[in-house]
Each structure stands twice: as C-alpha cells, then as structure tokens.
Design a protein. Sequence first.
Length: 202
Amino acid sequence: MNERIAKNINENHPYKGLRILSVKTQSTGFVIMRGSFKGGWTYSLENTMIPAILVEMLSKGTKKHSKKEIREMIERKGAEINFSHDAYCIYFSVRCLVEDVREMINILGEILLVPELSKKELTLLKSQMITDEMENKTNPEWMGAEALTRLLYPKDHFHYLRTPAQRVTDIQRVKKADLVHFHKKVSGIGSMIAVLGGDIEK
C-alpha cells in the first residue's frame, strides 16, 4: 500500500465484529462507502439460491419502512445504496453527498439489520428469478459455461453450477423462514468491514 495513503487511513472498531477504515481523498462534496460481511453461497450449500434471494430482498423494505419509503428516502438525497454477493460475502455500497453520510449509514443499517422479507415480495421475486432462469436456457454461451463447471467440479463444490431446471427447483423451495434463518446466521458472524473514502474528516 502507498505509504502516503496508508498514513491517512483511520481505523475504528465501534463494536465487536465491525471494522471501519476511512480516508480523506481529493474528491469534494461526496463520500463513497463499500463493505462486506461473510454470507455468500458457501454458507448455504444446502440451497445456494438462498443468499441470492436474500440480497435481492434487502431492497424490498424493512420492518420500519416500506420499499417505496426506503427508495424515496435514498433518491431524495440523490444517493445510491446497492447490494451484491459472491461465494463468500455479501457486499454493500453507498454513494452520497458528504452532508448525508450519517443519514445514509442509518438507512443502510436499517436495511441490513431489520429487513422485512415479506412473503408477498418474496413470491414476486421468485417468479421473476424463475423467468430469468428459463431465459438462460436460450443462451448458448451461458449454458456452455455452466456445463463446463459441472465437468470440472464435484457437486458439493461452490463453483459447481446447477442446471437452470435445478436452480428453478431451488428457488421454488425457498420460504420466508429460510431467509430469516440465513439472515440471522450471517448477520451474527461478526465479520463486517467497511471502507469510506471521499470528502470526510478524521
């Protein structure tokens, strides 16, 4: 790491399991935050679609605010909050004006800690994901890449990709209770790290 950058990095541990790194850059007026915590599909090998569905459900509202309210709270400030995942982690990112950092972090915390995970939204999401999986069957490049993973890896390996039909079955099996259980499992691991950069003070 560049020594000039390294000496300007501040590290805080506001509570056990949360590590926050921050650095002031030459950017003015805005802040970008990126972070992650353990929770990819390697933590759900019994059904690897559960993490994917949970990540999508994070944007569907919380126990305090509806999906529409959360979206309006973010868009009103011209900010962005996004989520993704891979085999090992769930990722989050925030981009906002410097004066809105505290509010956006509070919204992010609410989304991560108390997602609503409503049955209605889950049903709609599963329907869309099943449609997407069936469309994948018409993409020869995607189907070829999937088939290659099944030749290279054993079935219990996280790089092994099940067929669209098998993933549809896995999607159909996911219930709200599965999401609640997985959310509780990964949110309690205590592995969250976040990095803030931009127009911030120490």
